[in-house]
Write a protein that binds this ligand. Structure first.
Ligand SMILES: NC(=O)c1ccc[n+]([C@@H]2O[C@H](COP(=O)([O-])OP(=O)(O)OC[C@H]3O[C@@H](n4cnc5c(N)ncnc54)[C@H](OP(=O)(O)O)[C@@H]3O)[C@@H](O)[C@H]2O)c1
Length: 360
């Protein structure tokens, strides 16, 4: 999701440090909705495969100056997340530092607020977690549980003699992609469209706490901007930064925005009404298939492009999920986005990309 926004930002004539030559890497063929003009070269590669990664990336080590790390492997346990995500990053860095004339000078890592909360999606650990107080600040100590973000940070810092790094901690990301494991906006959009088509009320999927308390999100464009800024800015080197829109909202207000965008009735949250969102969406794949077919959209399967379980966990947290952006501003990054105003344009983007139907 941020990879698309980053590639787009690199190709703007005003891009800091530009002009950039952009290589995109992932396992699958480039999706049909990905504007090919954003990339100079696309490489299909499974970075879990050490030999292939070395074979394909080591010849590029004399050309690649910056790595922007978004690769993600999500598994049932955080221990496995640690192992597989570390393997991917190590394989890539080994290949790109293999030559004595390696050009690699900076690596950005995109991580997130599990930094401050612990592994909330590992059900064997989640009940034991005690998150830090909001607003989350970069200097908070690590939460004493396994966390693949910590493992990735340790890997990049171990290369300090070879290159600089920056770490970018995102909240829920708002962007446009149909290849992201965690894709809140697309998931909620599909939920709204299914409710609309089947005449179900578009009920809120979280708890009373998140409905009423402050939250933040991270616009993919702000993340892209901050990562480019940090990669070419001396004082930002070897630092970790939160990266959110810089404002807060309640889910009650954001839900009203979603209702307007999809033209569905706003239903106030009722805590006495039991609603299992994940269960409700379980058998709605055929409704989505029909929407895709009737509107001539790019073929997507609901189970592959939505993250209902993750949304269920996240929006039922009883914390104010808010990050401090003070450190980032103090260091000179002033990017921001107006969250409530940003939703409609992102939905429009998903419509233009033929991932969501235009009007309906
Ligand atoms: N999405 C969010 O709301 C959110 C919120 C906070 C933090 N974060 C964090 O941000 C980071 C990036 O997440 P994201 O959501 O931006 O990721 P994403 O959109 O799901 O992108 C992950 C990319 O990694 C590629 N990939 C996965 N396995 C690979 C492999 N073995 N080799 C090569 N490429 C591989 C995927 O493409 P293929 O599948 O085609 O390989 C995909 O392009 C993660 O640390 C995540 O925890 C995300």
């Amino acid at each position: 999701m941020v990879g698309v926004a980053l590639a787009e930002a690199f190709k703007k004539p005003t891009a800091l440090g530009g002009p950039w030559t952009v290589y995109g890497v992932s396992r699958r063929t480039l999706p049909p909705w990905f504007p090919s003009s954003f990339l100079d070269k696309y490489i299909m590669l499974d970075t879990l495969n050490k030999e292939n990664t070395y074979e394909i990336l080591s010849p590029l080590s004399t050309q690649i100056t910056h790595v922007f790390w978004f690769a993600l492997s999500v598994n049932e346990s955080e221990e496995l997340n640690v192992s597989l995500n570390s393997t991917m990053l190590s394989n890539v860095l080994t290949a790109l530092t293999s030559s004595s004339s390696s050009k690699l000078c900076h690596v950005t890592l995109q991580t997130g607020t599990k930094q401050y909360m612990g592994p909330i999606f590992d059900s064997s650990l989640s009940s034991e977690l005690v998150p830090h107080d909001a607003p989350f600040r970069e200097e908070y100590p690590r939460v004493p549980f396994p966390n693949f973000y910590y493992a990735l940070e340790d890997i990049v810092t171990s290369y300090q003699q070879s290159f600089t790094y920056s770490i970018h901690r995102a909240s829920i990301i708002i962007g446009a992609s149909a290849r992201s494991y965690f894709n809140t906006l697309l998931s909620l959009s599909i939920y709204a469209l299914v409710c609309k088509r089947e005449n179900y009320p578009f009920r809120y999927v979280g708890n009373k706490y998140s409905w009423e308390h402050f939250w933040d999100v991270s616009d993919a464009r702000v993340l892209a901007e901050q990562q480019i800024w940090a990669s070419v800015t001396k004082q930002a080197k070897n630092q970790a930064f939160n990266c959110t829109n810089g404002d807060v909202f309640t889910w009650k207000t954001l839900w009203k925005v979603l209702c307007d965008v999809f033209d569905v009735e706003f239903v106030p949250f009722d805590e006495n009404e039991k609603f299992d969102f994940v269960d409700f969406m379980k058998n709605k794949g055929d409704v989505w298939d029909a929407i895709v077919e009737e509107n001539g959209l790019h073929k997507t399967k609901m189970e592959e492009v939505t993250c209902f379980s993750a949304i269920d966990v996240t929006l039922k947290l009883k914390i104010q999920h808010v990050c401090s952006m003070n450190k980032s501003r103090d260091f000179g990054f002033h990017g921001y986005a107006n969250t409530l105003a940003s939703i409609e344009p992102w939905v429009q983007r998903l419509r233009q990309m033929k991932i969501l139907p235009k009007t309906w």
